[in-house]
Design a protein around this ligand. Structure first.
Ligand SMILES: Nc1ncnc2c1ncn2[C@@H]1O[C@H](COP(=O)(O)OP(=O)(O)O)[C@@H](O)[C@H]1O
Ligand SMILES: [Mg+2]
Length: 219
């Protein structure tokens, strides 16, 4: 479903352009999961932002089901961000003024795919059913991350993009949250591209690749 062809991205700096991505090629089949590894600063988050349509590459192409991400104008791009993807970050990015129930439903409502039954199923399996009227500040880190995962999957996105989703959790919670994420992703029918530092967590996904010196090895 996702094909990346020879993607280049640089950022302007005082010392001239910083070449972060130097010809990234990558393929992700529908329904499959890929762990993106690489040193800090290697460009993993940059690549995720490009796939999310939050930033634009200097050259190269991102194809979604054979269609270039930037080939159909701003409204198609906005639709991809709203309906095509789910995003999970290391810092949970919940909306502090909304309770758990409203946080969970937020993106699905935007995408006009609010499905109360699926949401209830997610909440139950993520262990959130008894916490629905709490606010993010009243939750542990692991609980907040489970809300963020539920929110991202509530719209059944084609692609879940996760940037070190368990990076703020201890090892035991990390394993548990990732296992839940992978189970629910399968049930949502989504593909997954997940950034992680951890070979232990990467081993739980179907495929692995490494971003090194601006290029992807192993995918
Ligand atoms: N908006 C930006 N402007 C300038 N430099 C940036 C910007 N975003 C990222 N960078 C630089 O690009 C490199 C890759 O960053 P990033 O993609 O966040 O790496 P990773 O997620 O692998 O740790 C780093 O050197 C970072 O400082
Ligand atoms: Mg990063």
């Amino acid at each position: 479903m996702l094909v990346i062809e020879h993607l280049h991205k640089s950022f302007p700096t005082a010392q001239g352009p910083l070449q972060v991505l130097r010809g990234v090629d990558l393929t992700l089949a529908r329904g499959s999961s890929l762990a993106l590894m690489g040193e800090s600063g290697s460009g993993k988050s940059t690549l995720l932002h490009l796939v999310a349509g939050l930033d634009r590459a200097d050259s190269g192409r991102i194809l979604i089901d054979g269609e270039p991400l930037h080939g159909h104008g701003e409204s198609a791009l906005a639709r991809w961000r709203r309906e095509g993807i789910g995003l999970v970050f290391q810092q949970y990015n919940l909306i502090s003024s909304l309770d758990v129930a409203a946080n969970l439903a937020f993106q699905a409502r935007l995408a006009k795919r609010h499905d109360p039954q699926w949401l209830a199923y997610l909440a139950e399996h993520l262990g959130l059913a008894a916490l629905m009227d709490r606010y993010p500040e009243q939750l542990s880190g692991g609980q907040q991350q489970r809300v963020a995962i539920g929110r991202a999957l509530a719209s059944r996105p084609e692609l879940l993009l996760a940037d070190e989703p368990t990076g703020s959790l201890d090892e035991a919670s990390s394993d548990e949250v990732l296992a839940l994420l992978l189970q629910l992703v399968g049930e949502a029918g989504s593909s997954v591209l997940m950034v992680t530092h951890s070979p232990r967590l990467a081993a739980c996904l179907q495929h692995r690749c490494v971003l090194h010196q601006g290029q992807v090895q192993g995918a």
